[in-house]
Design a binder for this molecule. Structure first.
Ligand code: BGC
Length: 426
């Protein structure tokens, strides 16, 4: 295996895997149409690593971007394509939707990427939790490949703004509320937020994890437990959402997440609550953690909300596309690819054997916290990013969350409506 490395200005090593994925190198004639929603600056920089690798290995890449953070729009386009009998060669997707598509009979057999996974022994490279998310046919065969692990429950903050106002990173929600009030009276927007349903849901799940705790989170978002949904704890979660709403600015509704990150980068706003793809934006602008910005998990009892970006490989006709799928799978799971891609993306590698020494303090913290929370019950799948629950149940929760956030609905009413809406989807 030959790895050619080139240092970029940011110090990252590019050309992650020239001829990587030994078993499936030489993708001459490989073709792939790749559906994804990575259109922000940081996201595009990360995706370019994969595009370049694919081309270097002889593949022909057809880009199919569907803009829209969180991927709700991409999932609609994907559905239309699959239902029309014309799925893309590879599509960005997450969680139980992978197995749901398999249940429709459009993924396999044969599961071509499973041949790559067996040859490269992916089972030994991934935690069983991540591996299972990638498997079809009753969790026996790989039909998708993971590229990373994103953490959702983060505060991002502008260091200068915090320092100038004598504020340190909050370690409880009360501390956050007090800091936000102080900033607000100093004329600074405390919370940069784009009120789109998926962003409201992203904040909501971090608040639910923090205020409700790990067991509560699991009951609601993994077990869809009705009594937890309409419980007094859920009412408290909605109360905190109402408080947070008061810390956002008038321009918040409809704003894209990366525009909100830009407000923190420029110092127009102090904080953002967002997954660590936000760090990809800071990094892409040359900003450094601890120097230009702060990262800290939102307050919880060692909780960790995870989200694995992955690509599904549907049943395909045509050797060039099957070759494309195998090459993509092999490249995505390449050791050096997982390092370089994640340095840009803000996430951490899905592979367990990638050294973390070139990663920044946020990523190192994320990797350490993941291990700790996995042992202590805090590691939970993100509902807002499709790692748990059916799409219908996720949509039902998200709709109520965003309706509450953007109206005067009481917390009690929101909790009740959530339980009712979820019941209808089960
Ligand atoms: C994905 C990230 C992406 C983010 C914003 C999340 O659901 O996992 O990769 O950067 O949405 O679009």
């Amino acid at each position: 295996m030959l790895n050619q490395t080139v240092k970029t200005l940011a110090g990252f090593v590019v050309s992650a895997g020239l001829f990587s994925g030994a078993a499936f190198a030489g993708g001459h004639g490989a073709q792939a149409e790749v559906l994804h929603w990575w259109t922000s600056g940081g996201e595009a920089a990360a995706l370019k690593v994969l595009k370049d690798d694919f081309a270097k290995n002889g593949g022909e890449w057809k880009d199919m971007p569907v803009a829209g953070g969180g991927g709700d729009a991409a999932m609609q386009t994907l559905k239309a394509r699959v239902v029309a009998g014309d799925p893309p060669t590879a599509a960005q997707i997450k969680g139980p939707s992978i197995q749901a598509w398999d249940d429709e009979g459009v993924v396999g057999p044969p599961y071509h990427v499973d041949e790559v996974a067996k040859a490269e022994n992916w089972d030994s490279l991934l935690s069983s939790q991540v591996a299972n998310h990638m498997k079809c046919d009753g969790f026996t065969k790989y039909c998708a490949a993971p590229v990373n692990i994103h953490r959702i429950d983060w505060f991002w903050a502008n260091k200068k703004v915090l320092d100038a106002n004598g504020i340190s990173m909050p370690t409880s929600w009360d501390e956050f509320n007090a800091a936000a009030r102080k900033l607000q009276s100093a004329g600074i927007i405390p919370l940069a937020h784009g009120s789109q349903p998926w962003q409201d849901a992203t904040v909501f799940e971090a608040v639910a994890l923090g205020i409700g705790g790990n067991d509560f989170y699991k009951k609601v978002f993994v077990d869809a437990d009705m009594s937890a949904m309409s419980s007094p704890t859920m009412i408290k979660v909605f109360d905190q959402m109402r408080t947070l709403k008061g810390f956002t600015d008038e321009g918040s509704p409809g704003r894209d997440w990366n525009v909100a990150t830009g407000m923190v980068m420029e110092g127009k706003a102090a904080f953002q609550i967002m997954g660590d793809w936000a760090k990809g934006e800071f990094t892409n602008a040359g900003m450094k953690p601890g120097i230009d910005f702060y990262c800290l998990p939102t307050p919880s009892d060692h909780g960790y909300l995870y989200n694995v970006d992955s690509f599904i490989f549907y049943s395909m006709d045509g050797q060039s596309k099957i070759k494309g799928q195998k090459l993509l799978g092999s490249l995505m799971m390449g050791k050096n690819f997982q390092k370089v891609f994640n340095l840009y993306k803000g996430s951490i590698p899905a592979r367990l054997d990638v050294p973390m020494d070139e990663f920044d303090m946020c990523a190192k913290g994320s990797a350490a916290d993941l291990n700790y929370s996995a042992m202590t019950g805090g590691l939970q799948p993100s509902f807002a990013h499709g790692m748990t629950l059916s799409l219908a149940t996720k949509g039902a929760i998200q709709d109520v969350v965003t309706e509450h956030f953007n109206s005067n609905m009481s917390s009690k009413e929101a909790a009740k409506r959530m339980a009712d809406a979820v019941q209808d989807t089960l």
